[in-house]
Ligand binder design. Structure first.
Ligand code: SF4
Length: 624
């Protein structure tokens, strides 16, 4: 049987996975074809892009099959990242590089152990005078690694990585000649570095991938009696540079990602040679577990945990249908608000996340009353127990009194592309391609169609942002009224970025920016705002409204059906992910399909701002 790098990651999650996977595969001893390997890589790469485009929790996990097929549109971006990384490997490492967008052209390594064949393909295989460089390309960004910061108490924070401009490479500061003790104590550095060794963190998952890669490569060298060559192999990640700003140059219509004005390259490397060497002991233990699981093939239930990666891009495919099938879809023990730390039980032990489910606490009301210390959780329980909504009319009314008219209900649809497409963009920057605006001139005076203004880009290849900006400042008077949005910081963030890219409209845009107010401050809360309005600290922190159907979420898809008969269920485009894939697929559509999808995008975005109008009206009624 063959185990790919992806299989390795999955099969070592827990003892049960391999049994569930193999039972489905029917043939335990099947080999792994190129086509199967490519398919695995394709799925992983799509997951990776989506994982970087969305915060895991905000991604719509219930994508339809149709949308999954459309996610294909994101693949060219991944391939382009690989090609750009290959070009820069040649530039900075010298020698010869083997890389290609197609997996079958990549260098393959494999070795056999106990009847199991371990296989991996290398994204970039570089040979220069110093030896061999193995470079794994990931469509993620460098800022994740630069967020590993340390300091002395109350002193400035510093990253644990040092950037060598000449090599376009990050190095861990403890691996080079660097005055680390002037920036942070050793233990602080070690604590941050340890995150690289946790395969379930944002930074650690890529390091684990590279370490598994190294394990398989070293396995091949050792089994072929060539262990001496291992000393000259170096291991790197190639990732997108979060500081890179695209200047909008194209050659024959193709973006030219040369160095930016500040000297940044699009891709940077991270030297993980020593880290992955340290990691080999852990990978060997994981491999031993994997063999044990494969030979035992025991599908009996095991505890769920971090390894299931619930609500993450790499969520175990067996979580929803098998292991976690008893977790209620609504008001489960996992739906308590802001409950990352879980609950303390009678023995002072903390139970959180899937551990609650493991211990049989499935429903929200299964959690013993004595464990509840957060007043928000009492509100949630009472809403479920008595079916009665919770309302703090005074706070809602106080919030409403702050809103100036006209209200500009605004929502952007954006494309967070791994590769910047237009001038002034950075990797994964949220590039607006659509907005919907409902203008409410006085309380309740807003027509769904007549007072709605939409801008939607006609292509995904031309830069239509200036047109979008012009429409925005044409419709919104920055001298009066309120910019109103669900999660207004997102809309404000896009306006600020557009103001920086188009300085000629900066003044007008920033006036709009300054008038932001969030729907969430009315439905949920904004503790600081309500304290300023004279409410005490405890009350200010509590939600203004709660209904059992919210099930621990204030997303507009949850609040709209609570306050109205409207929902997103009947729309062709139902969520932000679907909107992005629809836009990304423009070029693959027939004329008729394009027209239908264009209209569907209009309907979806309009629904987002109309939902705000409807909810706001419902809140006014509640306060009467
Ligand atoms: S859902 Fe969790 S426990 Fe179940 S097979 Fe997957 S990783 Fe293992």
């Amino acid at each position: 049987m063959a185990v790919s790098k992806s299989d390795f990651l999955n099969y070592t999650r827990c003892p049960r996975f391999v049994a569930l996977a193999e039972l489905r595969k029917e043939k335990l001893d099947a080999d792994l074809s190129y086509a199967e390997y490519q398919e695995q890589e394709r799925l992983e790469q799509i997951q990776e892009i989506l994982g970087n485009m969305f915060e895991d929790e905000t991604y719509e996990h219930d994508l339809t099959q149709k949308v999954n097929a459309q996610l294909e549109a994101l693949m060219p971006f991944y391939k382009q990242v690989e090609i750009e990384a290959g070009g820069l490997a040649n530039k900075y490492f010298g020698g010869k590089s083997k890389y290609a967008a197609a997996t079958k052209n990549q260098e393959c390594f494999e070795f056999n152990q106990k009847g199991i064949k371990y296989v991996c393909y290398v994204d970039i295989y570089n040979e220069n005078k110093q030896g061999i460089n193995i470079i794994e390309v990931k469509a993620t960004t460098s800022n994740k690694y630069l967020k590993l910061l340390g300091s002395f108490p109350k002193k400035e924070k510093y990253p644990i990585f040092y950037f060598n401009v000449d090599k376009n490479t990050y190095f861990l500061k403890d691996e080079i000649d660097y005055p680390l003790n002037q920036e942070m104590p050793d233990e602080v550095f070690a604590k941050n570095k340890a995150k690289l060794f946790d395969r379930y963190t944002d930074v650690g998952k890529y390091v684990y991938d590279l370490a598994v890669q190294r394990y398989i490569i070293e396995g091949e060298y050792r089994s072929s009696g060539n262990a001496a060559a291992l000393e000259n192999i170096h291991y790197y990640l190639a990732i997108l540079n979060h500081e890179y700003v695209f200047d909008g140059s194209y050659i024959d219509g193709v973006a030219d990602y040369k160095k930016d004005a500040a000297g940044h390259e699009l891709i940077v490397f991270i030297d993980l040679t020593k880290v992955t060497a340290e990691y080999q002991k852990i990978i060997a233990e994981d491999e031993a577990r994997l063999e044990k699981y494969i030979f035992a093939l025991d599908g009996s239930p095991v505890p769920m945990g971090i390894w299931c990666e619930r609500k993450k891009m790499r969520e175990c495919p067996f979580l929803a249908p098998i292991c976690g099938k008893d977790i209620p879809a609504k008001n489960s023990a996992l739906n308590y608000l802001n409950n990352g730390f879980g609950f303390k039980n009678e023995d002072n032990e903390r139970l959180k996340g899937l551990d609650l489910i493991n211990h049989g606490y499935l429903e929200m009301l299964d959690i013993p009353e004595e464990w509840i210390t957060n007043p928000k959780h009492h509100i949630q329980r009472d809403a479920v127990r008595f079916g009665k909504e919770y309302i703090d009319k005074e706070k809602i009314a106080a919030g409403l009194s702050l809103i100036e008219y006209p209200i500009y209900h605004l929502d952007f649809e954006t494309m967070p592309c791994p590769l910047p497409r237009f001038r002034g963009e950075k990797p994964y920057m949220q590039s607006p391609f659509e907005f919907s605006l409902h203008i409410e001139t006085e309380p309740g005076k807003c027509d769904k169609l007549k007072d709605n203004y939409i801008f939607l880009a006609k292509t995904n290849t031309e830069d239509e942002r200036e047109e979008l900006v012009k429409k925005l400042i044409e419709y919104i008077d920055g001298d009066k009224g309120t910019l109103f949005a669900q999660n207004v910081s997102f809309e404000k963030g896009r306006i600020k970025e557009l103001a920086a890219i188009f300085p000629e409209y900066r003044e007008r845009l920033m006036k709009i920016y300054d008038r932001g107010f969030d729907l969430m401050w009315l439905v949920n809360t904004n503790a600081k705002l309500y304290e300023e309005l004279g409410f005490d600290k405890k009350r200010s922190a509590l939600p203004n409204y709660y209904h059992k159907d919210l099930s621990g979420s204030y997303s507009i898809k949850k609040t709209l059906p609570v306050f109205s008969d409207l929902s997103y269920a009947n729309l062709e485009v139902k969520n932000g992910t679907e909107a992005i894939v629809a836009y990304a697929n423009y070029n693959k559509m027939t004329k008729e399909e394009y027209q239908l999808m264009y209209q569907a995008l209009i309907e979806y975005c309009r629904q987002d701002t109309w939902a705000m109008v409807v909810i706001l009206e419902a809140l006014r009624h509640i306060c009467q």
